[in-house]
Design a protein around this ligand. Structure first.
Ligand SMILES: Nc1ncnc2c1ncn2[C@@H]1O[C@H](COP(=O)(O)OP(=O)(O)OP(=O)(O)O)[C@@H](O)[C@H]1O
Length: 395
């Protein structure tokens, strides 16, 4: 048998899928306060009253979508037993739907059967809204429309029209409630006051998870995902502590636990240890750095590449003016004009904030002046992995 043949080991994981994004837990732990408020905001639905429009906000990965799915499932189950309530839910993610127009088209198509879909262009906006109101009225009963990542809609028109559709007489039979979900904390404040007052009738703010809450989230998954007793003491605590410190994001904490298990399996370990958590964290951080660099602006990348070249020649820490030369040469090869010294300094400051480089201020006192010296704060190999596409285009 070659060294690279595959054999199932059953080691470490019982059901690895329980740590993946798409796995939905039956109950939601660690969100008691948020669930209580959200539940209260949905109560009018089961009373057969007009639903409130609800706005959920909080950082990424704090359970807004999970809480929505969980409570709407509960609500649908309960509504099935109440004769006066005929509940329908429609959920769309607005990522990629940048305008009210596109969102309205997506909603119409969600409500229509596949044979009757409308295209993304060619209709006046008013007609698309009319299609939408007709579909909502046709469906009737109580309809909850969930707009996840609602901040991607760049204009306010639909967010003004939809929550007021009933009071404005645009729909007559259906009782409509809109649930808007946003990661962008400034989005609410940027809405016009007219939109805000109707879209945000009830608001539920989701806070970042603390370590205790993340521990609950992780424990719930561990019992499904891992073989019994395979985790050393302290592994869950450590993942939760890192998760709370880094972002309070459950998705990241779950990713860390998954990577930890993968590393243990790669190493043929019997147990998952704290050392595996440390390694997993390093790996994920490197991945994040690489991704951050690859999404960075062209000149930011060119400045970083220039510093990387100096680092490879052992010429760091380097002053901003020493970076200028290699930066200009790279601009020349890329066929672009270099940006000003000031802009280069701004890129360097940004790269420092992102943790990609390290800058130290040197103060030579009177006459000597103040300046900064820069070096990479990440390995040259991970920085170059992030710059790979750019290096490929001009190598
Ligand atoms: N309280 C929780 N219990 C169990 N799993 C959770 C909990 N909170 C979040 N998760 C899981 O973490 C991941 C991210 O959660 P969710 O999608 O709800 O975040 P979000 O606040 O909507 O942020 P985003 O907009 O980035 O998706 C999902 O896989 C979800 O199942």
């Amino acid at each position: 048998m070659s060294d690279f043949s595959f054999e199932p080991t059953g080691r470490i994981f019982k059901e690895r899928a329980a740590l993946l994004e798409e796995w939905t837990p039956d109950t939601l732990v660690g969100r008691d306060q948020e669930l209580q408020q959200y539940h209260a905001a949905l109560q009018p639905v089961i009373e057969a009253e007009t639903p409130s429009n609800i706005f959920l906000y909080g950082k990424s990965g704090v359970g807004k979508t999970a809480a929505t799915r969980f409570l709407l499932d509960q609500l649908e189950d309960s509504a099935a037993d109440v004769d006066r309530v005929d509940l329908h839910t429609v959920e769309i993610n607005c990522d990629g739907l940048n305008s009210s127009y596109q969102t309205a088209v997506a909603l119409v198509n969600e409500l229509r059967d596949p044979a009757n879909q409308i295209s993304n262009t060619g209709y006046p906006q008013a007609s698309v809204y009319q299609f939408l109101f007709n579909e909502l009225d046709k469906l009737g009963g109580t309809i909850l429309v969930v707009l996840d990542e609602v901040d991607h809609i760049e204009d306010n028109s639909l967010l003004y029209k939809l929550p007021r559709a009933r009071s404005n007489g645009d729909i007559t039979t259906a009782r409509l409630g809109v649930i808007g979900i946003s990661n962008d904390l400034s989005f609410r404040n940027q809405l016009s006051s007219k939109v805000r007052s109707s879209l945000c009738e009830k608001e539920v703010s989701f806070s970042a998870y603390d370590a205790t809450e993340l521990m609950k989230v992780l424990r719930q998954r561990v019992s499904v995902a891992f073989n019994d007793d395979v985790l050393d003491d302290g592994v869950i605590e450590m993942c939760a502590a890192y998760g709370a410190k880094d972002s309070g994001d459950a998705r990241q904490a779950l990713d860390l636990l998954l990577e930890t298990g993968d590393i243990a399996r790669e190493r043929n370990a019997e147990q998952v240890s704290e050392e595996h958590v440390r390694e997993a964290r390093e790996r994920l951080q490197t991945d994040q750095v690489i991704e951050g660099i690859s999404n960075y602006s062209l000149h930011g990348q060119l400045v970083l590449w220039a510093l990387t070249l100096l680092e490879e020649q052992d010429e760091t820490p380097a002053r901003t003016r020493d970076i200028r030369g290699p930066y200009e040469q790279l601009c020349d090869r890329e066929g672009t004009d270099p940006v000003s010294d000031r802009a280069v300094r701004e890129y360097l400051a940004e790269l420092e904030t992102l943790g990609i480089i390290n800058s130290t201020e040197i103060n030579r006192g009177k006459g000597g002046g103040k300046f900064k010296k820069h070096k990479l704060n990440q390995s040259t190999s991970s920085v170059k992995a992030g710059l790979k596409e750019l290096i490929g285009t001009i190598a």
